[in-house]
Design a protein around this ligand. Sequence first.
Ligand code: AMP
Length: 432
Amino acid sequence: MPFLALKLHPTLIRGVEDLGFTRPTPIQSEAIPHALQGRDLLACAETGSGKTAAFLLPILHQLIDRPRGTTRALVIAPTRELALQIVDDLKGLARHTGLEAAAVHGGVGMRPQEQAFRKGADVIVATPGRLLDHFQYGYAALSGVEYLVLDEADRMLDMGFLPDIRRVLAHIPKPKQTLFFSATMPAQIEALTREILTRPAKVALQSRAAPAEGVVHALYPVPASLKGQLLVELLKSGSMEQALVFTRTKHRADRLAKLLNRQGVTADRIHGNRSQPQRTKALAGFKAGDFRVLVATDIAARGIDVEALGHVVNFDVPAVPDDYIHRVGRTARAEATGEAFTLVTPEDEGDVKRIERAIGSKLPRKRLEGFGYDAAPDAPLEVPRGERIAAIRAQRAKGRARAAEKNNAAKKPGDGNARKGPRRRSFGGRGR
Ligand code: AMP
């Protein structure tokens, strides 16, 4: 089906063409006609499916001929990166329409965002927390909102945002149309859809979440202590130009980026401990090809959309199958192809089984030819918490023992080894 068949406003078709989209993705051809009829929508769309344009195009179409200066559409997204990505996509699609959008998220000043509310940006794309911050002030009444989008609702649930979402809904007028997008449908999300959607059209409902189709998966079994070296070798072995690499924690992301840079692989990192300008800079640098690897944690990576990203590497196996699907969805976006490599230690086998069950197939295991699987281990990226605590305790116990020894020596000068210190000192003192 060509885009023209969707009967979108000609200025939007121009925007779509400028972006090089030749035909709608399946979610777009299914969702857009319902949304253009003004129906509520419940879409279960995998990441990378083209879902953003699936909700933006029908909303922009309905806004084109309306007077400007009032915020009529509110899009709620779980993370800053996703909010920024949606605004970016919107700017591309709406290029010839004059419609404006603003991102409202934490980590940056409130002032420019306040201006967007006051000016009545046509579309506001917001994360829940910062939106509620603005709601304390009169300028953020959003009384003209008619269209509401909840994007990646299951992720908002994971991040504990459902109460915030309910607060947002209580603040704004009842929308004329609500478009609800979620990769999976856990029970709490289904309950929310029943509360807020009116006879929604249901689109692409899948019995289970699945990663994008063009992804080729490979598991690389490796001892934990060699993961860094194996990643470096994989990067040097040629097939990977750029890779988005996921770690379990922010510390591991920092240390891995350092290790890669030390080994001559240019890398930056993106995670929740970095400031918004740092995150934006890292992402822009990666998109521009300034460095080869962007190391990320799950939450920070939501919404990262790098055109033609060929490789995703799970340096650490995600504990939740859903995260695997979201991570590998960063590659092979919108029907392109990509590879997803996962480094698997013996301790990860249980998590891998759960992932295989969730995606309904066994993932192939590979060995990197020529890699020294019996090489000397890397320095650990982080000392496990238990070991760290044990080391601190041992250190303190040593200190206490030393203090007690000194004490005893001072009290009982006639006793064994302890005697030597004070005596020697006192002899020395006398001799001087
Ligand atoms: P999304 O699932 O919205 O995050 O989109 C994933 C990627 O697909 C983005 O890079 C979009 O720019 C791209 N995209 C969206 N719609 C199309 C389309 N109809 N044809 C080609 N690429 C598209």
